[in-house]
Design a protein around this ligand. Sequence first.
Ligand SMILES: [Zn+2]
Length: 264
Amino acid sequence: MPEGHTVHRIADRFERDFSGKTVTISSPQGRFASAARLVSGQTLIRAYAVGKQMFLEFDGGGTIRIHLGIYGKWQFHDGDRDHEVVGQVRVRFSAGRVSADLRGPTVCEVISPDEVGAVLRRLGPDPINPNPRQRESHRFIERVTRSKSAVGLLLMNQDVISGIGNVYRAELLFRAGIEPHRPGTSLTVDEVQALWDDAVKLLKVGVATGFMITRDELFKKRPTKDERNWVYKREGQPCRMCGTEVSIELMAARKLYWCSGCQS
Ligand SMILES: [Zn+2]
């Protein structure tokens, strides 16, 4: 499943290609056909992401909310020629010569400003949109330090922090030296603030590069998939820091990777 950096990159692309333009919206596959008629032909005011969700705000007052889920995918066309519809395209966005096809999202709906507000209030703060920064990290710190749940679960909870998935969860905890089973209440404010600051840093690298690189010495390089991370998908291999075998277990049905030598 895409983590927050991917969705932010797509929102940036929408801003560049569609913002301020009249957008034609169709549903070749048909499932979005009646909703498309509510906004098609309007001007896109802005595209933005919060965590793993993207919002396309149109001048008629409607907003399209999109959550890719596990199977959702985007395909952009630069407009050198007309592109035939291939496969199950739920929504096609076109403006002039550029177009974008959306396939298989978990959520794609047109909602009102009030409904947008309700979604945004429910979502936890997004490290890429720390605005205003102090208040956002404060919300995160409050939610973590008041919860008895394991910090490894809290980082995956989109009500606590938006945009973190399985890769960033494992890597943030490793980088902080925090054992994933520790309850939120056992973490100090400084520890949680440091987790937030590191999430801001890693997600920015993700938005800039398109890859979830979590080893500082590789930020500016083009590491292979096997090199990018400390513990993610490295179960059974020696920890890059201490040599202990990297552990794997299921935590709330998702694979959790961590090092029992480095994280306490
Ligand atoms: Zn280790």
